[in-house]
Design a protein around this ligand. Structure first.
Ligand code: ZN
Length: 274
């Protein structure tokens, strides 16, 4: 008999008995409300699995928070040592969107030019807007010494903008906190979903890739939330959380169903006693 794996360390419910109403299932999944579903058959667990596919949009509060956390961790590993602010000159454009469309492509060009002269220049770009809605860019940069005047001249030639600021990141500067602070007050950008982008070499590659514990077959994709999928196709089954986005579907008669229902029963009686 296949044993059920140890639950991941998280606060969300470990298992859920599916009813025909989808709203409690949303609470169980506890992820992006716009998530879509992939269903598959797990050869390892010999049962159906549901994958929750989050929308990953900045405009989605849940996904934005996830992205911020993930990104902030990566940025800590990237060890930026300079902070570059690039502004735009509003008088040169008909609208903030126009300014963004024209200037955002100038950022990688600027970096490419600097790289030719100064060697390694890697960056992460955060798009911000001023109170009047005009874009400007904050770049977390990892590079050797670059003279201020060179950056100023290069950005001016590319965009016509005069002002920019390049400062060295001090030891007390916490890139992680900086990013979380900036992205958490997430302003809505009317014209783009791309609040952040970064150069290929900015974030160090993670040498360790987690092996997928499942080898699955018969994948099918559904453009609606797994909570709705479960309420439609899995009533009476127990959903068992394998990881944040992967859930076993255990049906009655399945030996794992008994284990999962007993486990949740034990949990219930323990919590009702306390
Ligand atoms: Zn989302």
């Amino acid at each position: 008999m296949k044993s059920i794996p140890e639950p991941p360390d998280c606060q969300v419910p470990q298992s859920y008995l599916v009813g025909s109403v989808s709203s409690p299932a949303f609470a169980y999944f506890g992820v992006c409300p716009y998530a879509q579903t992939m269903s598959a058959y797990s050869l390892t667990h010999r049962t159906q699995v549901l994958f929750c596919l989050p929308c990953k949009r900045w405009s989605c509060r849940v996904c934005a928070e996830q992205k911020i956390k993930k990104l902030a961790h990566s940025v800590r590993a990237a060890r930026p040592n300079r902070l570059l602010t690039l502004t735009v000159d509003p008088s040169l454009y008909v609208s903030p969107r126009h300014a963004w469309e024209e200037t955002r492509k100038c950022v990688p060009i600027l970096i490419r030019n600097l790289r030719k002269r100064f060697g390694e220049v890697e960056y992460l770009r955060v798009t911000e807007v001023t109170q009047n809605g005009w874009p400007h860019y904050h770049l977390l940069v990892r590079s050797g010494y670059i003279p201020h005047t060179v950056v100023r001249k290069a950005w001016n030639e590319l965009t016509g903008a005069r002002i920019e600021d390049l400062s060295k990141v001090t030891k007390s500067f916490k890139a992680y906190q900086y990013l979380v602070k900036y992205l958490s007050k997430l302003h809505k950008l009317e014209w783009t979903e791309r609040h952040v982008s970064y150069s290929k070499g900015f974030i160090p590659k993670d040498p360790w890739v987690a092996p997928d514990p499942l080898d699955y077959a018969e994948e099918s994709f559904h453009s609606y939330h797994p909570a709705n999928f479960a309420a439609e196709h899995c009533v009476g089954s127990i959903l068992f959380r394998l990881s944040e986005h992967c859930h076993l579907v255990l049906r009655k008669g399945d030996p794992q169903y008994v284990i999962a229902s007993e486990a949740s029963h034990i949990k219930r009686s323990v919590s009702s006693r306390s």
